[in-house]
Write a protein that binds this ligand. Structure first.
Ligand SMILES: Nc1nc2c(ncn2[C@@H]2O[C@H](COP(=O)(O)OP(=O)(O)OP(=O)(O)O)[C@@H](O)[C@H]2O)c(=O)[nH]1
Ligand SMILES: [Mg+2]
Length: 372
């Protein structure tokens, strides 16, 4: 894929945050072995209903695409089915958005049965509304004005087919969920004499959740400098003191601007989060965009869990900002968060002792245990 990346900025977003977002989009393009040929930014407060960007800008993109020999134009925001159709017609290039890329990455990385099912579900729910435009196009080819063309009938069959598949996958996912619930119950029964604190590691993709999981529990999980390295939940444990054990679950990373369908399809995987007593929110403190990332994660969390849970922030990767462990207490970020925030470096092992102390303190409060 040789791609041109497109984003808008205006009333809702600043130019610099759109640029950061495009940089992130470039990372997604690279994750599917594509190459980004350049960014196009347009200032507009609201997307154009027909082309997302202005018609003039869309024509300009066509020329740039021809000049640079691009085969794909990637939009940083969610496109409507008709915007995709209109843009494809105008530019003659393949048009995709951030959400398409995320689905593509998920489907390449999914290993377990559950992850594969979730991805398939996301892909099908994403495809369903987009069939419409294709149906009209096919009918036009078949001729016939005002009547339902052969194309549209074909689409109708395909639509029914997809709906059936979605239904079947949902059932399979339910089964897996049930099994997991039983496992959890068994685990709880086996350990009922001990005090157990369930902690869910959540955070923006690439923030260092899995690396921190490794440091906290010693479990060797997969980590990598790429978006969505983790697509399954993994649980591991450690004792923080004689009478308190923590069960830590690593989860799928979040990213900005994903469609509700995609978030929905990962709800089952993220179910562990709703059972947690405590949320350990991992943040890449070295990212210029860290606060926006925190907000994006909290937005999804609000969808996943009804009530708010006690949260501890781990402000990770501070080794990129300070040379010595003693200096990390000067990290200014903590003041901007309303919950307890601990600067750490999972790679260097900095601040881990303090983090564990804080998890224990907040955990005891959550479980209503006495202090030791
Ligand atoms: N410099 C530095 N790099 C880190 C630190 N923690 C993690 N990393 C690196 O950041 C990258 C992502 O780490 P992961 O642990 O895979 O991140 P994740 O949050 O699990 O990411 P996903 O599973 O993809 O959502 C890896 O290259 C890590 O080596 C840290 O404290 N300092
Ligand atoms: Mg991970």
């Amino acid at each position: 894929m040789r791609a041109i990346l497109v984003g808008i900025w205006g009333k809702e977003t600043s130019k610099s945050s759109t640029k950061e977002s495009l940089k992130e989009l470039e990372g997604l393009v690279e994750a599917v072995e594509g190459k980004s040929l350049g960014y196009i930014l347009q200032r507009r407060d609201r997307p154009d209903p027909r082309y997302f960007i202005g018609e003039g800008k869309a024509k300009e993109i066509r020329q740039i695409a021809v000049g640079t020999n691009a085969d794909t134009v990637v939009f940083d925001d969610f496109l409507t089915p008709s915007q995709v159709t209109n843009l494809e017609r105008l530019t003659g290039k393949r048009i995709i958005d951030r959400n398409d890329l995320a689905i593509e990455i998920f489907s390449r990385r999914a290993r377990t049965k559950e992850a594969k099912l979730q991805v398939e579900l996301a892909r099908l729910t994403h495809e369903l509304p987009r069939l419409q435009g294709k149906g009209k196009k096919m009918s036009r080819l078949g001729g016939g004005v005002g009547t339902r063309g052969p194309g549209e009938q074909e689409i109708e069959v395909r639509r029914r087919d997809i709906k059936k598949k979605i239904h079947k996958i949902r059932e399979e996912v339910e089964e897996i969920k049930l099994r997991r619930r039983q496992q959890r119950k068994r685990r709880e029964r086996e350990e009922s004499d001990k005090k157990i604190l369930k902690v869910a590691l959540v955070g923006y993709t690439n923030a260092g959740k899995s690396t921190l999981m490794k440091v906290l529990t010693g479990r060797d999980v997969f980590t990598a400098d790429m978006p969505f390295a983790t697509l399954d939940t993994r649980t591991s444990s450690r004792y923080v003191s004689e009478d308190l054990k923590i069960l830590i679950t690593d989860t799928v990373g979040f990213i900005r601007k994903l469609s509700p369908e995609l978030i929905e399809s990962f709800k089952a995987t993220l179910e562990e989060v709703s059972y947690a007593d405590l949320i350990l929110h991992v943040v890449d403190a070295s990212s210029p965009d860290w606060l926006e990332q925190v907000e994006a994660v909290n937005l999804v969390l609000k969808e996943l869990i009804e009530d708010t849970k006690p949260t501890v922030y781990a402000l990770n990767k501070v080794d990129r900002m300070f040379k010595e462990e003693e200096e990390i207490k000067y990290l200014p970020h903590t003041a901007l968060l309303d919950s307890k925030a601990i600067p750490v470096s999972a790679v260097k092992g900095w601040g881990i002792g303090r983090l564990i102390q804080e998890i224990e303190r907040e955990g005891r409060k959550a479980l209503e245990l006495e202090k030791v």
